[in-house]
Ligand binder design. Structure first.
Ligand SMILES: [Zn+2]
Length: 180
């Protein structure tokens, strides 16, 4: 298979098996820097993957008091998502060992649906300067979700929980609690 950057022409290779070495390194470094930048202002952070970012944000708001969420990268390729998730978990573990909330070093989430996003969820430190970006506010799960924006170095999308934490807990429990 050749690298997914269409103008590239080199063969894709591990670990992503989607990009060539050069583009993989570029993507991996870029996403690692973005994660580190977010982590510096965070009191607590977590890296994961999801096919429904709004729902995951409200779940983490309910469980971990993380009200901030950045969708860093969308892909429909399982090797790519696993390689990126694993690499970003490593960034969190090495740079933010105290505030990182990932327990395992591995990418072990389930994949559901073709498109999955790698994300960071976090809670800001009281004194951190605000991130200068537009936040997409999430109050419930009634609005249309963000569309996947696949591609090499797509812009991140920032979400913020804009409801009470108790409301997020109720919503998640009512709609998504697993019986038993
Ligand atoms: Zn390439």
């Amino acid at each position: 298979m050749s690298c997914w950057v269409q103008t590239c022409g080199r063969a894709s290779s591990p670990p992503s098996q989607v990009y060539c070495d050069v583009h993989w390194k570029h993507l991996d470094t870029h996403l690692g820097e973005l994660t580190a930048w977010i982590g510096r202002g965070a009191a607590s952070l977590y890296v994961g993957r999801t096919n429904y970012p709004e729902r995951r944000l409200l779940t983490h708001f309910a469980d971990k008091d993380h009200d901030r969420f950045a969708i860093l990268h969308w892909t429909a390729h399982r090797y790519e998502i696993e390689a990126i998730e694993k690499s970003l978990i490593e960034v969190v573990k090495t740079k933010f060992s105290k505030k990182g909330k990932n327990k395992s070093s591995d990418s072990e989430g389930k994949r559901s649906g073709p498109w999955n996003a790698v994300y960071v969820s976090w809670r800001e430190m009281a004194k951190s300067p605000p991130i200068p970006t537009l936040w997409r506010e999430v109050r419930n799960l009634d609005e249309p979700p963000v569309c996947p924006t696949p591609g090499f170095l797509a812009l991140p999308v920032f979400l913020r929980a804009a409801c009470e934490r108790g409301d997020a807990k109720r919503l998640i429990n009512e709609r998504y609690a697993q019986p038993g």
